[in-house]
Design a protein around this ligand. Structure first.
Ligand code: ZN
Ligand code: ZN
Length: 427
């Protein structure tokens, strides 16, 4: 049986950048291995969800793994709770959170990510203090706030006398959401802290919103005085003095597994709770990885080794590499280009010599564009390549947005990719 290697480079897609002489980071980067794969295979462009939707990673990943996100989407909060190992049950409330820096009056967000330098250790201590000292009293309820990586966290609230509804708005001003629960990135304007409000006229939603507001106010009081933040202020760093919530959800998504859909056993290699949550909910098995070393080269080499090992065991491996997304949000085109080069050199470099391309179908793509000139996710299509496994080459010369726009696979939508791959695998 032939195997499938599905590589997602988070936020890879981009737009021409003046700092790179009008090239995109992927165009400007030296990527001989991905270019080789593109040259040997076929390419195209993909709207991760559809034109006009700038997706968050959760809906995008679900979509490019073959599930219509409007039909199957659950909230990111729930997905991250599952991916973080929290015990979520229907009727509980789960929210994705960011530690953030806000002004003294709690009116505006000064930094949604605490300067991007909050360590996971600092975040853990802050979360511990919140869990220990905050009590929610609006209705009888308990909660767990879990820090995941750096400034990111998940909040799980359980009401003891009934259910909660996830149909509530975000406190985080950077994202709005549709009533179906799909998160949509907003153009970054003035970052006013929003109150959490019910989106429907429903008691469970009203109570959920009140509990979230209570959590935000009470946790702010704990965070303001916490020694981690006092120390950060002393060091001239922004304090993590607020928890922004978004993408609340109240029920576990139920969608058919990869096995049910395609009769494929998949392993996943992911970095963030959101991707872990989705992969587990698709019935994939997690491939254990050592914690990040802080050295991207080493981490990419380790991943490549694991791919080679676990392609023996599974029919397919889904690898999600977070790398390019962060510099996209930071607007740092040079850094994004460098990270793409590191992935090419060390992840693909390590793989290519040993990968049996005759029997492995390789896909490289992204979950959404994070253009450096926009500093946010956009609806721009992402490039994709399909190579190996006797796929006949089209005329693509390199792997980038411009070349892939001329590729023979044309412009597709996220949910069309998996069926296309499965057909190629089984032909
Ligand atoms: Zn993403
Ligand atoms: Zn992103």
């Amino acid at each position: 049986m032939r195997k499938l290697l599905y590589v997602v480079l988070d936020g890879l897609g981009d737009l021409p950048n003046p700092r790179l002489n009008g090239k995109t980071p992927l165009e400007a980067a030296k990527t001989p291995r991905m270019d080789f794969l593109a040259k040997k295979g076929k390419t195209g462009l993909m709207y991760p969800i559809r034109k006009g939707v700038a997706p968050e990673s959760d809906a995008a990943v679900l979509s490019i793994l073959g599930y219509d996100p409007f039909k199957y989407h659950s909230s990111r909060g729930v997905v991250e709770a599952v991916g973080s190992g929290l015990d979520f049950k229907d009727g509980n409330l789960a929210l994705r959170c960011n530690f953030a820096t806000v002004d003294e009056k709690c009116e505006f967000v000064l930094d949604r990510r605490v300067g991007r330098n909050l360590t996971s250790e600092e975040a853990f201590k802050l979360a511990e203090a919140i869990n220990k000292n905050v009590r929610l009293t609006y209705v009888p309820s308990t909660f767990i706030f879990k820090s995941t990586t750096a400034h990111r966290g998940v909040l799980l609230i359980k009401r003891l006398d009934g259910k909660l509804s996830g149909k509530i708005t975000n406190i985080d001003p950077a994202y709005t959401r549709t009533l179906e629960g799909v998160g949509v990135a907003k153009a970054q304007t003035k970052m006013k802290i929003e109150k959490c409000l019910p989106m429907i006229n429903d008691e469970e939603a009203k109570i959920a919103a009140e509990l979230v507001n209570e959590f935000a106010e009470k946790s702010h009081k704990i965070l303001e005085k916490h020694e981690v933040n006092l120390k950060r202020l002393e060091e001239g760093k922004p304090p993590a003095n607020y928890v922004l919530t978004r993408d609340a959800g109240d029920n576990l998504p139920r969608f058919p597994s990869f096995w049910e859909l395609y009769h494929l056993r998949f392993g996943c290699m992911v970095e963030m709770p959101v991707e872990r949550g989705i992969a587990l909910l698709c019935g994939m098995e997690e491939i254990p990885l050592p914690p990040p070393t802080g050295n991207l080269k080493t981490d990419y080499i380790i991943r490549a080794g694991k791919v080679l090992d676990f392609l023996q065991k599974f029919d397919g491996v889904y690898v999600h590499i977070k790398g390019p997304d962060e510099p996209g949000h930071d607007g740092d085109a040079e850094r994004k280009m460098q990270i793409i080069e590191l992935i090419d050199e060390h992840f693909f470099g390590e793989l290519m010599d040993k990968l049996d391309l005759k029997n492995v179908l390789v896909v490289v793509t992204s979950d959404h564009s994070t253009p450096c000139i926009v500093k946010a996710h956009t609806d721009d299509p992402v490039p994709f390549l399909i190579s190996g496994n006797d796929v006949l080459a089209d005329k693509t010369k390199e792997f980038n947005e411009k070349e892939c726009s001329k590729g023979s696979l044309g412009v597709i939508k996220g949910p069309e990719l998996m069926p296309m791959l499965v057909k190629l695998l089984k032909d």
